[in-house]
Design a protein around this ligand. Structure first.
Ligand SMILES: *[C@@H]1O[C@H](CO)[C@@H](O)[C@H](O)[C@H]1NC(C)=O
Ligand SMILES: *[C@@H]1O[C@H](CO)[C@@H](O)[C@H](O)[C@H]1NC(C)=O
Ligand SMILES: [Zn+2]
Length: 308
C-alpha cells in the first residue's frame, strides 16, 4: 500500500519535473529544476532545440559571402504610430504590433508582416545580445518578428520553413540618452513582475530603429527561434549598425523580474553551431565597404608614387 502511494508520489514528482519550465542560464540553480539552455530540447515540444540549424550564431565577418540580392528593405507602415500592450512574459519584455507594418525586398520572396517585438539583454548593461559578431557580444538585441503576409497566426507560419522573418538589431552604449526610447523604457517600471502588462501609446517601429541609411548593411542566414520550441522556420536578418542607448537606459531592463522574483538578466541563448550553414552579407555591409576603401587607397598610393 505504502509502495503504491510512494510510486504515485514519485510519478507526480517526476511529472512536475518534466513539465518544469525552460529558463536561461542566469536563472538556473540546483533547486530551480528549470531547464537551462543545454536541456531545452527536453522541454515539451522543443526537440528542435537540438536541431542542426539553430539560432543565435556567432557571425564571423570574414567568412560571410556578399550577396547582391540582399538589397535595402522596403518598410511599409513602420512610421505609423500605434497603441498596444507591453508585457513582461516571464522571459522577456514583449510588445504586440498590429499586423499592418510590413517588410519586403532584401531577397524575401514575399512581404512579411510584423507580429511582435521583444528584447534580449545582459546584466546592468553588460554583454547580453544573442548574436555575436566576431565574438563580440553587444549589451542588448531587438527582435522584430514577422510572418509571411498569407498567415494569420505565428503558429501556422512556424510550420513553413521560411514562414518567419526576424529582424535583429544590436544596441551599443552611448553617452547621451536616446529620447525615442523613453516611452518604452518608462513603461518598464509598470511591468516589473512576471505576467504584468500595461498599455503603450504613440509608438512607431521606425522610432526604435536606426535611420534607413544605416540599415543597408546586414547579415542573412537560415535559423530558428531562440527560445523553446526553437522552430527552424526563421529567415534571419542581423543588422550591422547598432542602436545607441545610454547606460541608464540599458540598465532599466535589469529592473524587471523573472517569475521567481529574481532580476530578469542574462536573457540570451548561447550561440549555436553553424553546422555548415553559410552566412551572407548585403552589398552595403562594412566588410565590403572596407574592401572598396582598400582598393581606393591602393589606387591612390599607386597614383601618388607614379612619376609625374
Ligand atoms: C493584462 O493584465 C490584465 C490584468 O492583470 C489581464 O486581465 C489582461 O488579460 C492582460 N492583457 C494581456 C494582453 O496580457
Ligand atoms: C548612422 O551611423 C553613423 C555611424 O555610426 C552615425 O554617426 C549616425 O549618427 C547614424 N545616423 C543616424 C541618423 O542614426
Ligand atoms: Zn528573440
Amino acid at each position: 500500500m505504502h509502495l503504491v502511494f510512494l510510486s504515485v508520489f514519485l510519478a507526480f514528482f517526476v511529472k512536475i519535473n518534466e513539465g518544469a519550465d525552460w529558463c536561461y542560464q542566469s536563472q538556473f540553480t540546483c533547486e530551480s529544476h528549470c531547464k537551462a539552455p543545454d536541456h531545452w530540447s527536453e522541454a515539451e515540444h522543443s526537440q528542435s532545440c537540438a536541431g542542426k540549424s539553430q539560432s543565435p550564431i556567432n557571425i564571423v565577418t570574414k567568412r560571410t559571402l556578399p550577396d547582391e540580392r540582399l538589397t535595402p528593405f522596403k518598410f511599409t507602415g513602420y512610421q505609423d504610430t500605434f497603441h498596444s500592450y507591453i508585457k513582461n512574459n516571464g522571459h522577456s519584455v514583449q510588445v504586440a504590433v498590429p499586423h499592418l507594418a510590413t517588410i519586403s525586398g532584401g531577397d524575401l520572396k514575399m512581404p512579411y508582416k510584423a507580429v511582435q517585438f521583444h528584447l534580449h539583454w545582459g546584466t546592468d548593461g553588460g554583454p547580453g545580445s544573442e548574436h555575436t559578431v566576431d565574438g563580440e557580444q553587444y549589451p542588448m538585441e531587438l527582435h522584430i518578428v514577422h510572418m509571411k503576409q498569407s498567415y494569420t497566426t505565428l503558429s501556422s507560419a512556424l510550420q513553413d520553413p521560411n514562414g518567419v522573418a526576424v529582424l535583429g538589431f544590436f544596441y551599443e552604449e552611448s553617452a547621451s540618452v536616446n529620447r525615442k526610447y523613453e516611452p518604452l523604457i518608462n513603461a518598464l517600471r509598470k511591468i516589473k513582475t512576471s505576467g504584468a502588462n500595461t498599455t503603450i501609446n504613440g509608438l512607431s517601429l521606425n522610432a526604435l530603429l536606426p535611420s534607413p541609411k544605416n540599415m543597408t548593411s546586414y547579415y542573412r542566414y537560415k535559423g530558428s527561434l531562440t527560445t523553446p520550441g526553437c522552430t527552424e522556420a526563421v529567415v534571419w536578418t542581423v543588422f550591422e549598425h547598432a542602436i545607441p542607448l545610454s547606460r541608464d537606459q540599458l540598465r532599466a531592463f535589469s529592473e524587471l523580474q523573472f517569475h521567481d522574483g529574481k532580476k530578469m538578466v542574462g536573457t540570451f541563448r548561447p550561440v549555436q553551431p553553424l553546422n555548415g550553414r553559410q552566412v551572407y552579407r548585403s552589398a552595403g555591409s562594412v566588410a565590403l565597404a572596407s574592401g572598396i576603401l582598400l582598393a581606393i587607397s591602393v589606387a591612390a598610393a599607386f597614383g601618388l608614387s607614379r612619376p609625374n
